[in-house]
Design a protein around this ligand. Sequence first.
Ligand code: GLU
Length: 226
Amino acid sequence: MCGLVGYIGKNLSRAYILQGLTRLEYRGYDSAGFACLSPVDHRLIYLKVPGQLHNLIKQFEEKPIDGYVGIGHTRWSTHGVASLENAHPQFDCNKTLSIAHNGIIENFHELKTALIEQGHIFHSQTDTEVVAHLFESLLATRVTLKSALLSLVNQLEGAYAIVAIMQDQPDNMLVIRKGSPLCLGIGNEEMFAASDLLAFADSTNKVLFLPDKSFALVRKDAIELY
Ligand code: GLU
């Protein structure tokens, strides 16, 4: 279990994400993190900490990052201790894509071994980091984002809800679901993603429960569901 929140839209995301994570803190509390794309140049920027959400909130006093697309996570670890490196979001080699995950990737060990052979460098003990590197590798060889996502979901075994953002896709937030809960909130030129609709209940009452075994490209005004 863990708390997963995402936002894309006309407003800065951090306040929504922290409010959502606060409401979902019952789902996980051994570390917390936030990543967003810089409003200036779409660079991926992030902050994460071991321990409870209030530690993360305090860190923003020193590093007040924010962006119009962002994701957040409170972790309840299954693979790897509660530490800074294992906190989500997790990243690819170049830190251009960022992933927050609820669940377990059962075949992470074999995927990780193959990715290390391809030259990927890992920084955490989590099963989640494998998703970021596998996606990076698929994006390098697939023609479209959709075909890379299709290949990704075909290779991942286990249960997962994933929200992801990418530096070169500033207009899209990616959501993927198999087994773990994930819903989208549809606002006015803004979209929310969360493990539980409680996270964005103040902002919209239009909710799409993502069907099991689906993924979507979420823009501020449209959802492309597959
Ligand atoms: N399996 C992942 C991890 O240990 C996600 C755990 C969770 O759902 O919080 O980092």
